[in-house]
Each structure stands twice: as C-alpha cells, then as structure tokens.
Design a protein around this ligand. Structure first.
Ligand SMILES: *C/C=C(C)/C=C/C=C(C)/C=C/C1=C(C)CCCC1(C)C
Length: 244
C-alpha cells in the first residue's frame, strides 16, 4: 500500500497530472505571494487572493493525489471542497478588479451565489450518481449546474463585470477582465466535459469515455484556470505599475 502511494505508474497520466498539478499550484502560490510585494498598493489584495486560490488548491492536490494513488478512484468530495473555496475566490478577483470602477458588494454576492449553486448541484450530480451511472441523474443535475455557470459567463462577458471594466477607463483592467472572461468561456468549459465522462454521463454513454477521465479533465482545467487567472491578474497589476 505504501509503495502504491510513492510510485507513479508509467501508464497512468492521471497520476502524473495529480503530481504535476500539486507542484504547479505550490510554485504558483510562492510566486504570487512574493510578487505581491512588488506591485502597486491597490493590487496587493488581488495578488494575495491569487496566491490563496493556488495555495488552497495545492493543499487539496496533496490529499487528492494520495487518495487517488491509494484507491484509484475519483476524489470527488475533496475536489468539490477545493472548488467551493476557490471558485468564490475567483469571483472575488472579478469584484476587486472592477471595484475601482465602482463595483458593489452585491455583484460579489451574486457571483458567489451562482458559483455555489453551480457547485452544489454539480456535487449532487457526481456524488449521488447511482452505482453504474444514471443518465437521467447526471443530465438533470448537470443542467441545473450549468445555469449557475451561464450566469457567471454572462456577467463576465456582457453583464455588470463587463460593463464596469469597460467604464473603468483603465486599458489594462479592460483587457485583463476580457481575458478572464475568455478563461470562463474556454477554460471553465473543460469541467462539464469531464463531468460527462462519469458513468451515465453523455460522453461516457455516447463515446465510451471512462469515468477515469473525469480527473484528467479536472486536473488540466484547474492548472489552466487557477494559475492562468492569477497570471492575468498579475499582468494587470504590473502593467498598471508601468503606466503609473
Ligand atoms: C478552480 C476551479 C474551478 C475554476 C472550477 C470550475 C468548475 C466548473 C466551471 C464546473 C462546472 C460544472 C458544470 C457547468 C456542469 C456539470 C457540473 C460541473 C460542476 C462540473
């Protein structure tokens, strides 16, 4: 059992992404925490949040990796605990970036509510999927979860976040928020693809993509989204410094 925990099988790309994901999240946190000291005062909180997002993920990857190595199963509960903390923090990033343009806390709460809705329904879809998988169950909860996702997507592209960024009068904020909106559109879309690989899910039933793929999609998506989001925030912070 112990050996199992310590070796990465050569033919297991999922184990590989758990290990790499853990290290990448940890390294990103160190980077964001250190760089926090070199950005303009008004961006320090944003960088702290970036570091917290990857830091919280690093701790969860540490445990998810061991769970996966020991059992070979999807660490669903740990995964959703991680997301329930980190996705609302990504909403905080949107809020902090548009605060300069007058974002109110009500915007933050709406985004957080939508993300919690998305994750609670997604968790029910995954954790309570009957043994062997149920398409009705996975599609119903997946659909409900998507409503929360679409709300965030809309807000970032056309709603309050987009409008505030456009009115901020700060080219770096405008461009940065648009880039983050792309992350939500493309990077976040990887998650529902992974979800549909679970037993009973559309891709599982339709294309034979196995439940093992769930973690592969989630791990890749997490690295792109959590580290990428933080780097976009960082680039806004340093470009503001250059023009100051
Ligand atoms: C750092 C973690 C992030 C950015 C996680 C994002 C997760 C999602 C966008 C998940 C979305 C889902 C759906 C839209 C439908 C199916 C269920 C979910 C929860 C996988």
């Amino acid at each position: 059992m112990l050996l199992n925990v310590l070796t990465i099988p050569k033919d297991d790309p999922i184990a590989f992404t758990f290990f790499t994901g853990y290290m990448a999240m940890l390294a990103a946190s160190v980077f964001f925490f250190f760089e926090r000291g070199s950005v303009d005062g008004k961006w320090k909180l944003s960088l702290l949040v970036s570091g917290l997002i990857t830091g919280i993920a690093a701790v969860h990857y540490y445990y998810m990796r061991d769970y996966y190595m020991a059992t070979g199963e999807n660490p669903t509960a740990l995964r959703y605990i991680d997301w329930t903390l980190t996705v609302p923090l990504m909403c905080v990033e949107f809020y902090l970036l548009t605060k300069v343009a007058g974002a109110k806390t009500s915007l933050l709460w709406k985004l957080i509510a939508a993300s919690v809705w998305m994750l609670v329904t997604g968790y029910i879809g995954e954790a309570f999927n009957p043994v062997g998988g149920s398409t009705t169950h996975s599609v119903l909860w997946g659909f409900l979860s998507t409503l929360g996702y679409l709300y965030i997507l809309y807000t970032a592209w056309y709603g309050e976040v987009a409008k505030l960024a456009d009115n901020s009068g700060d080219a770096a904020v405008k461009k940065g928020v648009r880039t983050l909106a792309w992350f939500v559109l493309v990077g976040w879309a990887i998650y529902p693809i992974g979800y549909m690989c679970m037993p009973g899910g559309w891709l599982n039933v339709g294309l034979g993509w196995e439940s093992a793929n769930v973690d592969l999609f989630y791990n890749i998506a997490d690295a792109i989204n959590k580290i990428g989001f933080g780097l976009v925030v960082y680039s806004i912070a340093i470009s503001a410094k250059k023009t100051a």
